[in-house]
Ligand binder design. Sequence first.
Ligand code: NAD
Length: 304
Amino acid sequence: MSELRFDGRVVIVTGAGGGLGKQYALFFSKRGASVVVNDLGGSTTGDGTSTKAADVVVEEIQKAGGKAVANYNSVEDGDKIIETAMKAFGRVDIVINNAGILRDKSFTRMTDADWDLIQAVHVRGSYKVTRAAWPIFQKQKYGRIINTASAAGIYGNFGQANYSAAKLGLFSFGETLAREGAKYNIHANTIAPIAASRMTETVMPPDMLESLKPEFVAPLVGYLCHENTEETGSLFEVGAGFVAKLRWERSKGAIFKTDETFTPGAIGAKWEQVVDFTNPDYPTGPSDADFVGLLEQAKQLKEN
Ligand code: NAD
């Protein structure tokens, strides 16, 4: 198989000063792309700033003969990151929304500040960077976007109500961008990675961290961002050499007469049917809900 290349492409990787983002930056630069290494340089909880994180990665890329430029803005100032790319390289082709922080706390102890900061960095940050790149993508009829979700977003996780809400929100953000971007050849996919980084090193045992190298996530990101890849609007779990797609599954459900008999008790009586997944559907869009068919069945029930 020939190597998938990114020659002439300009890639923005947010939060590329360490962890997963650094690996994406190294990956794309090795395959011919010019990279904007964005990183605010703060702590895992979002305190402080430093130019060092991004500078070290830019230096490593340049030493290896690659092209990279640093940007130290917060993703909340996404337009400035796009400006850096346009000034240095004159275009933007790929946006990897990767920057992130944690403010883990049980919901009982969560403050407005914990909630708001997580939404600001993950959701508003991804929005701001993507929004600034969008008209460029539309004009050139080409763009690739990766959003970063998390298993905590998909399944929930104790102490991460703020982070879970933000992370799964990014998947639906990507689903909508995929629909709006389709006619401009703009693709948007979302990954839920698992990897050893400063974010996870305190919560996982060393042998597990060894098999979860952040390098093992980059190949999927590379594949999804390639110009020949058609996949869009999807969600993947990736880590330790495992790559899998997730999709929605809906039970066959139950139909009720919409008259005075449609009560909570009536739903309870058919609960087994509501939650029965033996013969499911796999909806891929709102139109799959087949409301016309459901209305027809409900009408027949009413008439009988
Ligand atoms: P990391 O802490 O090593 O990397 C995150 C980077 O983002 C840091 O370098 C940080 O300085 C930067 N950053 C934070 N806030 C920023 C801001 N406002 N603007 C610009 N840069 C900012 O952690 P990581 O594990 O590499 O995480 C990367 C992404 O993957 C995050 O979005 C995280 O939520 C997600 N994620 C990671 C895991 C995992 O197992 N490591 C699991 C699920 C999701």
